[in-house]
Design a protein around this ligand. Structure first.
Ligand SMILES: [Zn+2]
Ligand SMILES: [Zn+2]
Length: 206
C-alpha cells in the first residue's frame, strides 16, 4: 500500500471503480463516496476528471434525466475500470418511476447516483451537511453493491434493503449485513476482467 495515497492499488493495477462527476459535483461528496467505497466495500476507487453534465439524457416533458441512458454511456467508456459510478446533481427518473436516488446495472459496469433529492428534509428547508453526505455515501454504496451482483436484502437495516424514500434511507446502517458482506467479498475477488450485466430497476421488492 502506498502510504501517500492509501486508496490507490499497487502500481500496475487498475482500481476497481472509477467515480465520475457528471458536471460540477461538490468535491467533499466525491471524496466521501470514494472513501466509503474503500472502507465499506473494500473497493479501490479512482476519481475521474469531471465529465460534461448528462444533457443527452434530458426527458424534456419531465425536466428530469433518464437514468438508463446515463448508465449506457458510462458503461460504454473505453477506460480500464471494471466498475464506473457517476455522480450528478440532476434529477434522475425512469420511464415509469417518478424519480430515483440511483440506478445500477445488476452485475454490470455502470451505476449513477443523483444528489438532487438527498438534501431534502421533512419540515425543514434542507438536511444538515453531515446527513447529506451520509445519504450520498449510502446510495453510492447500495448502487455499487448492485454492480457486484448483490440484490435487495430483507434485513431491515442492511444497506441493500430497498429505500423508497429518505426516511427509510436514514434508518439504514452504513454497512452490509453479514450475508451481504460475505457475498460482496466473494464477488470482489472476481473483479476485474468482468463484463456484461442486465439493467436493474430500483423498485420495491415483490
Ligand atoms: Zn443484507
Ligand atoms: Zn437497489
Amino acid at each position: 500500500m502506498n502510504p501517500a495515497n492509501p486508496q490507490h492499488p499497487p502500481s500496475g493495477q487498475t482500481a476497481h471503480v472509477e467515480v465520475v462527476p457528471l458536471g460540477p459535483v461538490n468535491q467533499t461528496a466525491v471524496a466521501v463516496v470514494a472513501a466509503n467505497l474503500q472502507a465499506i466495500l473494500e473497493l479501490n476507487a479512482d476519481v475521474a476528471p469531471e465529465d460534461p453534465p448528462p444533457e443527452y439524457a434530458l426527458a424534456p416533458a419531465r425536466g428530469q434525466y433518464d437514468a438508463s441512458l446515463i448508465l449506457q454511456k458510462l458503461a460504454a467508456h473505453p477506460g480500464p475500470h471494471p466498475l464506473r459510478l457517476g455522480l450528478t446533481h440532476r434529477d434522475l427518473c425512469l420511464p415509469f418511476l417518478s424519480h430515483v436516488f440511483g440506478e445500477a446495472q445488476l452485475e454490470g459496469r455502470a451505476a449513477v447516483v443523483s444528489l438532487h433529492r438527498l438534501g431534502e428534509a421533512a419540515g425543514a428547508p434542507s438536511a444538515p451537511n453531515s446527513l447529506l453526505l451520509e445519504r450520498i455515501a449510502k446510495v453510492a454504496l447500495h448502487e455499487t453493491a448492485h454492480l457486484l451482483g448483490l440484490v435487495h436484502c430483507r434485513s431491515p437495516r442492511c444497506l441493500m434493503n430497498f429505500s423508497a424514500g429518505l426516511a427509510s434511507l436514514d434508518r439504514l446502517d452504513i454497512s452490509l449485513c453479514p450475508v451481504c458482506r460475505e457475498q460482496a467479498a466473494r464477488q470482489r475477488r472476481m473483479l476485474p476482467g468482468r463484463s456484461g450485466g442486465a439493467s436493474l430497476l430500483e423498485q420495491p421488492p415483490a
